[in-house]
Design a binder for this molecule. Sequence first.
Ligand code: AMP
Length: 423
Amino acid sequence: MAFQAPKGVSEYVPPRSALFEEAREAFATSARRACYGAVETAVFEDTALFVRGVGESSDVVSKEMYSFADRGGREITLRPEFTAGVLRSLLEHNLHKGALPVKVWTSGPAFRYERPQAGRYRQFYQFDLEAIGTEDPAVDAETIAVAWDAYQSLGLRQYTLLLNSLGDKTCRPVYREALQKFLRALDLDEETRQRIEINPLRVLDDKRPDVRAQLANAPVMTDYLCAECKAHYDTVRALLDDLGIPFTDAPRLVRGLDYYTRTTYEFDHALLGAQSGIGGGGRYDGLSEDIGGPPLPGIGFAVGLDRIVLAMEAERAAAGTETTPVACQVFGVPLGAEAHADVLTLMTNLRRAGVNADMAFGARGLKGALRAADRSGAAFAVLIGAEERRAGTVSIKDLKTGDQQDVAAAQATDWLIERLGTQ
Ligand code: AMP
């Protein structure tokens, strides 16, 4: 039996990988437009960074981390999320001492030991964006708009933006206590009772119907916001209105990572079933200090590229607009071994001119090579055999119409570029 990937690893191979690239590129384009710079940061970090940053009481840290001692005896963890590591990196490289805010994006795999199911994996992929060094609510709205526009540019429509504020270190403790008082009076199992003491906000996230029913009258954070947090939240909401970005107030929205303060948000997709979160983010004004840095406010989001691919497939299937990716524009067919050099040269010239070109390799018959040309999705096949080589021509077949004509070899590149341009 050949090897298989470890359980829960999400992988992409052609043709589906084209959707993955499209998703990542849409977010990168949207981030670049708002002048976020690219970063590449550590895939593994000191375990303590996540324990201190993400928080010991979070499920991610307490149950889901891939942690191990390396050969030098260091405690290492594969990143379960991006924010703590990106912030660590920006501080380490002293970017916070330059112009603020520091605005960056990155993407890559993240790792959580979860129960694998549709849309939930142990190795999954996120696009992550962070803006560090300003409390301005305009940057909160900017991050939301960058994500919103990226989803839109992918053609996604069936998602909603859920918005909440989790307050700050002034008002959150007051709310936390009120919530604990309410929760302690409920009929809950032992594990949940323990959670009330450690991380009561997470209890609001309980999905069990009997628990949900008891939570109907739970106090909500938005009723406890201090004046500054309330003003901040109101401004973010007004800015989103100005930008034409619809949102739903979600006073019970809490997130899985402990570092969030003030603005928190989530994007939920309607066609994805249980794993409907296609992205989420928020402020983390205390995180820098939690990981040993200076006071430095920050906000960011991470979106799940795997779930965005699922959402793209679901929406495109519903609309009947599935498209096969255009990987190839011209396909070269050498007829006979001598023609390989001519075909490779022509394909290379086309590639250098920006045309996607592929060719048939090996000793393929005409029929097999033309089938490969059709499968490639190319608009034109270029055939070169002994006759063409003698005449200094190439034979170009329009794969849509089936029309075929001879073109002087020296003119072939220009001829193809012109036709492809007008398609
Ligand atoms: P989080 O880092 O938990 O705030 O998650 C941000 C986004 O990453 C979510 O909205 C999901 O789209 C995605 N995500 C989180 N965990 C997983 C997972 N185990 N598998 C696939 N996607 C995930």
